[in-house]
Design a protein around this ligand. Structure first.
Ligand SMILES: NC(=O)c1ccc[n+]([C@@H]2O[C@H](COP(=O)([O-])OP(=O)(O)OC[C@H]3O[C@@H](n4cnc5c(N)ncnc54)[C@H](OP(=O)(O)O)[C@@H]3O)[C@@H](O)[C@H]2O)c1
Length: 286
C-alpha cells in the first residue's frame, strides 16, 4: 500500500493522479491529508482518505499504518513550524514501521545556500538517523513558482525579482509528481538520492522575453534591490515569512543556487522535462 501525505495539495494530487494513471488500484492508495473533507473527490474514486495533520502528531501513526511506501510531501509555512512538523512525521513513520520512506526534499539540499534548505537538511538528517529504507527526491524549482503571477506581470509589462542573471533549472510541478510516482512504483529504490531538475535553465529576463513573445505585449525583467522587491511582495499581501523566503531565494538564485542541471528527472520520466515555454503557454491561455 502506498500512502501519500499532502494529497490535497497541488503536488500530492498530481502524484495520486499519476499513480492511478499508471494502473495502481485506488484501493492500494491512501491519501493522508490535513483536512479529509478536501479529499472527498479522491474518496469517491476509491482512494482511502485518512487524517494526517503534521501539527497534530497523534493523527500520524494511524494514518501511516500498513504503508509499504510512504511519500512524505514537505510542509508549507514558517520554518520553525515546518521543522517540528517534519520531525513529527519522521518519528511517526518509524512508529508505524513503514516499509520505505520517500521524502520530497530540495535540489542539492546538503550544500544548498537557499535558506529553504535548512528544513530539508534537518529532515534528511532525521530520516537517516531512523535507519528506515528511504529515498530522497530532491526537487529543484517548480516552473510554476514564477508563472503563477505571470498574467499580472504581462499586464504591468514587468517581471519583478532580485535574481539578476541567475539561472533556474526548473521543471513543471507535474514532472516532479510523475517522477515521484515512477519511483513509488519501482523496485530497488532504497538508499537512492535523486537530484531532480529541468533539462535546461533560464533567467528571469528570458522568462519575461518568453511572456512577451507569447502575449504580443512588451514585458521586461526589472531586477530590483531586495528591499524594494520585498516591499512589492508585502504590498500584495504575502505573509512576512514568505516574503523573506522568496527574496532570499532570488538572491541565492542570482549566485547560481538553482542553475544546476541533471538528467535524473528526464531519465525517470523517459522523456524531456516540460519546457519553460509550455508552462508559460499553459499559464497565459488560462
Ligand atoms: N520545489 C518547489 O519549487 C516548491 C515550491 C513550492 C512548494 N514546495 C514544497 O513542496 C510541497 C508541495 O508543493 P505544492 O505545490 O503541492 O504546495 P501546496 O499546494 O501549497 O500544498 C502543500 C500541502 O502541504 C499540506 N500541509 C501543509 N501543512 C500541513 C499540515 N500541518 N499537516 C498536513 N499537511 C499539511 C497542505 O495541506 P492542505 O491541502 O490541507 O492545505 C497541502 O496538501 C510544499 O508543501 C513545499 O514544501 C516546493
Amino acid at each position: 500500500m502506498i500512502v501519500v501525505t499532502g494529497a490535497t495539495g497541488q503536488f500530492g494530487r498530481l502524484v495520486v493522479e499519476a499513480l492511478l494513471q499508471r494502473g495502481t488500484p485506488a484501493s492500494e492508495i491512501v491519501a493522508a491529508v490535513r483536512t479529509p473533507a478536501k479529499a472527498a473527490d479522491l474518496a469517491a474514486r476509491g482512494v482511502e482518505v485518512r487524517e494526517a495533520d503534521y501539527s497534530r502528531p497523534e493523527t500520524l501513526v494511524d494514518a501511516f499504518a500498513g504503508a509499504d511506501k510512504l511519500l512524505f510531501v514537505s510542509s508549507s509555512g514558517p520554518e520553525a513550524d515546518r521543522l517540528a512538523q517534519h520531525r513529527a512525521v519522521v518519528a511517526a513513520a518509524v512508529e508505524a514501521r513503514v516499509g520505505q520512506l520517500l521524502y520530497t526534499s530540495l535540489y542539492n539540499a546538503t550544500a544548498s545556500t537557499l535558506g529553504l534548505a535548512r528544513v530539508h537538511r534537518d529532515t534528511e538528517t532525521k530520516i537517516a538517523e531512523t535507519g528506515l529504507p528511504s529515498v530522497l527526491l530532491r526537487n529543484s524549482w517548480y516552473t510554476e513558482n514564477h508563472t503563477g503571477s505571470l498574467a499580472d506581470a504581462v499586464e504591468r509589462g514587468t517581471v519583478a525579482g532580485s535574481a539578476g542573471e541567475g539561472r533556474i533549472a526548473s521543471a513543471a510541478r507535474a514532472d516532479y509528481a510523475e517522477a515521484a510516482a515512477v519511483v513509488l512504483l519501482s523496485d530497488d529504490q532504497a538508499g537512492k538520492v535523486y537530484e531532480l531538475t529541468g533539462d535546461t535553465n533560464w533567467s528571469l529576463a528570458e522568462l519575461a522575453a518568453e511572456a512577451a513573445k507569447q502575449s504580443g505585449k512588451e514585458v521586461a525583467f526589472a531586477n530590483l534591490p531586495a528591499d524594494q522587491y520585498a516591499g512589492i511582495l508585502t504590498s500584495v499581501g504575502l505573509p512576512p515569512f514568505l516574503v523573506e523566503l522568496i527574496v532570499d531565494s532570488d538572491l541565492r538564485v542570482s549566485e547560481g543556487a538553482l542553475s544546476g542541471i541533471t538528467s535524473d528527472l528526464s531519465t525517470l520520466l523517459g522523456r524531456p522535462t516540460t519546457p519553460l515555454a509550455d508552462t508559460v503557454a499553459n499559464t497565459l491561455k488560462n
